[in-house]
Design a protein around this ligand. Structure first.
Ligand SMILES: [Zn+2]
Ligand SMILES: [Zn+2]
Length: 350
């Protein structure tokens, strides 16, 4: 009986208590905890923010979000503090209360198990921002690269429109990783060279260009050094844009074709028969450019009779008689677009 009566009284304050935590009442546990936790000091914390890109980053230079940087910075200290007060460390929560011009006010919550109770200590923390340069930006400004994407075109020079697209595609293909950047863009007579922070980034850019503009990728790697006993390579991705573009008029073995689609060959419209034709890669290699839709001339359709039409040649002003292409829907007096092939004038579909 005496034993049971003892267990009902707190060993600290001697008060009678329904529930005891390792022999102490709740109030005694809390007051010990308050004294112990009160010894924890959290000095102002400096967090690096990049003066170029505005992102927060760790001591290592790696970009990270503010909360995780703060959590990492205070966790080690708070773990040690928990150990010192014989509490079991259960984790740290970070809440950013308010952003200021100089930094931010935050609340740190230390969660512990102390004498059998789950307790939390809340502490304000002043975060000061220091403006430095992150690893990513310093690599960019140092011209760092691991791959080069060389964009060329097959048998021609890439057009200005293509080059503008290439740059847009390249920047949007990259993610937010520490090496997802282009450190240099070099305009060349024959195309454009992009210097990329990672090999994977260069591959992503190349695939994305080909997906949108067509063409082929070939890659070659070159050993450029050793790092931690490992061979380090730089990779060059050669992106060869297709020889012909949609809207080009091309000629092969007397056949004149308006290019409609470019993908492992060319699909187009035979301008004489009006039928769809497919030219494989070997055909494409042998074919030559006649003109394109943009350079086509406007000519007057003089007459349409049966399967023949007459057109006024806009250069010589002579009347030319042609076989009526099946796709032609125009009437005499209308304007049509024509291109000059070896075999004569060809009418384009409207
Ligand atoms: Zn007590
Ligand atoms: Zn930066």
């Amino acid at each position: 009986m005496a034993e049971r009566r003892w267990s009902k009284f707190c060993a600290g304050c001697g008060k009678r208590s329904e529930e005891l935590y390792e022999g102490l009442c709740k109030e005694c546990v809390l007051s010990i905890f308050r004294v112990e936790a009160g010894k924890i000091k959290l000095p102002d914390l400096e967090v690096r923010v990049c003066k170029h890109c505005g992102e927060f980053f760790k001591e290592s230079g790696e970009l990270a979000d503010l909360k995780s940087i703060v959590r990492d910075a205070v966790s080690k200290k708070l773990k040690a503090a928990a150990k010192g007060m014989h509490a079991e460390f259960r984790g740290v929560d970070v809440e950013i209360e308010e952003f200021k011009r100089w930094g931010a006010d935050a609340v740190i919550k230390l969660n512990v198990r102390f004498r059998g109770m789950e307790l939390q200590e809340r502490r304000p923390l002043r975060i000061k921002f220091v403006r430095r340069t992150c690893g990513r930006c310093s690599r960019i400004s140092g011209g760092y690269y691991e791959s080069i994407v060389q964009v060329r075109a097959d048998g021609r020079t890439p057009s200005d429109d293509e080059l503008i697209s290439v740059e847009t595609i390249a920047y949007s293909a990259l993610g937010n990783g520490p090496r997802d950047f282009i450190s240099k863009v070099e305009q060349k007579k024959e195309g454009i060279d992009l210097y990329v922070g990672s090999i994977e980034g260069g591959r992503k850019i190349s695939k994305s260009i080909v997906k949108t503009l067509g063409g082929k990728i070939s890659e070659s790697k070159k050993l450029y050094g050793r790092k931690d006993g490992r061979e380090v390579y730089r990779v060059t991705f050669l992106v060869r844009l297709p020889k012909f573009l949609r809207g080009d008029v091309i000629e092969l073995d007397g056949k004149v074709v308006l290019v409609e689609r470019v993908e492992r060959g060319v699909t187009g419209l035979d301008l004489d028969t009006g039928s769809r034709v497919f030219l494989n890669e070997e055909d494409v290699r042998r074919a030559s450019l006649v003109s394109n839709r943009e350079r086509a001339e406007s000519a007057v359709l003089m007459s349409v009779s049966g399967d023949e039409i007459q057109i006024l040649d806009p250069k010589s002003y002579e009347t030319v008689t042609l076989k009526k292409p099946p796709f032609l829907r125009k009437k005499a007096g209308d304007d049509v677009l024509v291109v000059r092939a070896k075999s004569g004038l060809k009418v384009l579909p409207a």
